[in-house]
Design a protein around this ligand. Sequence first.
Ligand SMILES: Cc1cc2nc3c(=O)[nH]c(=O)nc-3n(C[C@H](O)[C@H](O)[C@H](O)COP(=O)(O)OP(=O)(O)OC[C@H]3O[C@@H](n4cnc5c(N)ncnc54)[C@H](O)[C@@H]3O)c2cc1C
Length: 471
Amino acid sequence: ADGARAVPAAEVEAAPVAEEQYDVIIVGAGMAGIVAARMLTDAGLRVTVLEARERVGGRLVALQVPGGAIDQGAMWIHGGEAGNAVYDAAVEANLTLSPRQNYGSLTLFDAQGARSSPASYLRAYTQLNSRLIPQMAALRATPGAPDTSLAAEYSAFLDSATLSPQQVDQANVIMHTRWQALLNGNITRLSVLRLNDAKVLPAVDVMLEGGMPALADELAQGLDVLLDTVVTGIEHSADLVVVRTEGGETFTAKHAVVTLPLGLLKSGAVAFTPALPEEKAAAIDSMGYGLLDKAIFVFNTSFWDTGSDFLLREMPDWSGRWSVFLNYQKLFPSVKALVAIHVADTALALEGMSDDEVVDEGMAVLRQMYGPDVPEPIQTSVTRWAADPFSAGSYSYFAVGNPRNMTRALAAPVGRLLFAGEATSDKPASVLGAYLSGVREAERILTLRGDGNYSYGLAPPSVEAALQAAG
Ligand SMILES: Cc1cc2nc3c(=O)[nH]c(=O)nc-3n(C[C@H](O)[C@H](O)[C@H](O)COP(=O)(O)OP(=O)(O)OC[C@H]3O[C@@H](n4cnc5c(N)ncnc54)[C@H](O)[C@@H]3O)c2cc1C
């Protein structure tokens, strides 16, 4: 990175329309930004990436632990098989992929921590599949049906199903892991009409040995990335974009690709001048942006059912508090770790506690499940994605009432400002979506480049052009 390319603020103030320094400024070095920068740089354009953190990767970050690494952000390559751009990029980069995650391999505990019966769990699962899913499919198939929350549909299902009290606890954990945890939104806010529209990738999930950041590092190699560079303002006109940073630097370019997480766009942490159009602002406001946090416990010895992919604890409610532990050792035998996954309001509540409090609570649950001799962990980590100033949450979801084309509104260019990032993608909430959105915006610039002036079809005509046209 070459900080010297920044135009000192004073110089810009003296000459507001500074000579363009870059063809494209990319705001954010997550997967979307890196991929866009890669394509545009490879095409010979002058590109710089401005990144607030001291590292690239954004929501791809991992904890180094004995025997390997554990992803604190995204960990699964959903739809992880040949033809999936993220999978293919990992293969091309010679990164080692894990075996497929098998969601059928579960160890069940009841709410008190006693071993639970798989047969009874399966019956609850069958009822959910045979009643709730068709009930929601029927709603989706009804033209003009008003949207409703997953919680409303689930409550109606519970009222009509014939479940024992324990099967209700089991249905709760199924509901939680199948939708709430995946979509990272509270089920009172998850849209039923859009339930199948996020993370709709084939159920083939693999991980990267050593964690997902290696892929970001690989794709970012050789790019001009300025780290520790917090963007605070983006000014845009018919022919220029001026990006200002917290450090008082100013960068100018013909285009900017904004890959700020939806949470950052919602918070207004970056000022757009002129303000974003109403339709875009409304989409930013109403698209859901959720929270998924992980509590990571690393041990010297494994005391749990190491053949299982997940340990599930049935619950009398759908909060999901300590009801899902992912067994990392299943896919990575040298990593002796359990990862508890919390989402939405429960995750937010845990963010309000200290790390020690969270770890103590989790350990008490593990001792309920596996007995008092469960050893102390040798390493722990508690993520706080909501409190993270450069993420402000985890990823987007369709909230009740969000139309399917909401992501299109988020993706729509505004003059010379282009928008990428998972929330702008047709496959929101995923690394693949972020990747493909970066490709989309790079292609948009390359396609529109035309005569070398990058004359941008959607930009309003310049004053001169308008005067000429008027004769
Ligand atoms: C806990 C968690 C688990 C997840 N699990 C999965 C999973 O298993 N599989 C999956 O496919 N997806 C998963 N996701 C979603 C996935 O991580 C994201 O969809 C994807 O990584 C987003 O990439 P992006 O480029 O859109 O955004 P980001 O990676 O967030 O990149 C945006 C960049 O902008 C930077 N930035 C923010 N503010 C500023 C500023 N003011 N100035 C300059 N730079 C700024 C950020 O630091 C960041 O680097 C998960 C996400 C989280 C948080």
